[in-house]
Design a protein around this ligand. Structure first.
Ligand code: THG
Length: 305
């Protein structure tokens, strides 16, 4: 099953037999005081850097969220989508909890976008799925009811089932255009959260085989050394059936973990991408991804005694 997204010029295919789709999370004011203030002032200058850094890091799509408190989110979404489409050919994910903002983004967008997101609540399904249909977009479905996120994987599966049924039967979306978010929550809030997400991923893969995405940085939120946690979580999630993630594409550690997962799960024929990335890093003069020399001599010294 392939979810095909595009900009005016570039197509990205998401699927279990494809390289894992890295969606850059960074164009989002959550937790960024200065960026929030800039957005309230209508200043989009920071977006240019955020696009460049994520493209350089390996983003294959970009999530765009303009949810700064007290800002004109619809106007910002319209301007930002237009501006980013002049900076990069990567397809975009239009991220908002406000229907009018999603529509503003979709109206400005050239290509086939991914709408982020719709929940399993009737009123949300009724307002957002027709929009996705009207603009020929794909949509991320969150298996939560009311404002509650169910703990039980079986309940999340039930809500995913409802989402998929309503989207395909009532609104005639193609099942390929539905991407389910199994819901990733901070391990720091409850260490059982990641296991619930992983179990949900496996259940959804087994019943529907649809593409899935999640907010990978949510998992490590509030914890020290976030990249190490995300780098452990993502490859496990990928082996359970996750096919994309909204993640920090600027983190070499997290991006490498995903690329290594592609390699060992047979999604990088001959290791061609892995080796090409290594050669490109050498050509740029990047530090080689090896342990520091002191560690090596320490082990050698230990072995010698
Ligand atoms: N599912 C779906 N969409 C989503 C999420 C999800 N969109 C939003 C979010 N969750 C994913 N995006 C982010 C973006 C940033 C961070 C986490 C998730 C983040 N930012 C730093 C922080 O808040 O600490 C920023 C710190 C800084 O730069 O100063 O962690 O789950 N479908």
């Amino acid at each position: 099953m392939h979810t095909i997204l595009s900009s005016a010029t570039t197509t990205v295919r998401i699927g279990p037999d494809q390289p894992f789709a890295i969606i850059g999370e960074r164009i989002n004011p959550t937790g960024r005081k200065l960026f929030s203030q800039q957005l309230r002032d209508g200043d989009l200058s920071r977006v240019e850097t955020d696009v460049a850094e994520q493209v350089a890091g390996g983003a294959m799509l970009l999530d765009i969220n303009m949810g700064a408190p007290l800002a004109d989110e619809a106007a910002l979404m319209r301007r930002t989508v237009t501006m980013i489409q002049g900076l990069t050919d990567l397809p975009l994910v239009i991220d908002s909890s406000i229907v009018e903002v999603l529509e503003a983004g979709l109206a400005a967008y050239q290509g086939k976008a991914l709408v982020n997101s719709v929940t399993a609540e009737d009123e949300r399904l009724e307002s957002i799925l027709p929009l996705a249909k009207k603009y020929g977009a794909a949509v991320i479905g969150l298996p939560n009811d009311e404002q509650e996120i169910p703990d039980e994987p079986a309940r999340r599966l039930e809500l995913a089932r409802k989402l998929i049924r309503v989207a395909t039967d009532t609104y005639k979306l193609a099942i390929e255009d539905i991407v389910i978010d199994p819901l990733a929550m901070p391990v720091g809030a409850d260490t059982r959260h990641p296991a619930r997400t992983l179990e949900t991923i496996a259940l959804i893969r087994d019943e529907f085989g649809v593409n899935m995405t999640l907010g990978a940085s949510n998992v490590s939120f509030g914890m020290p050394d976030r990249p190490a946690i995300t780098s452990a979580f993502l490859p496990i999630a990928i082996s359970h059936g996750l096919t994309s993630a909204i993640m920090d594409a600027r983190s070499p550690q997290v991006v490498r973990a995903v690329k290594a997962a592609d390699l060992v799960l047979g999604r990088d024929d001959w290791g061609a991408s892995w080796i090409a990335a290594h050669r490109a890093a050498l050509a740029r003069g990047d530090d080689p991804p090896r342990p520091p020399r002191e560690d090596i001599s320490h082990h050698q010294a230990a072995g010698a005694t």
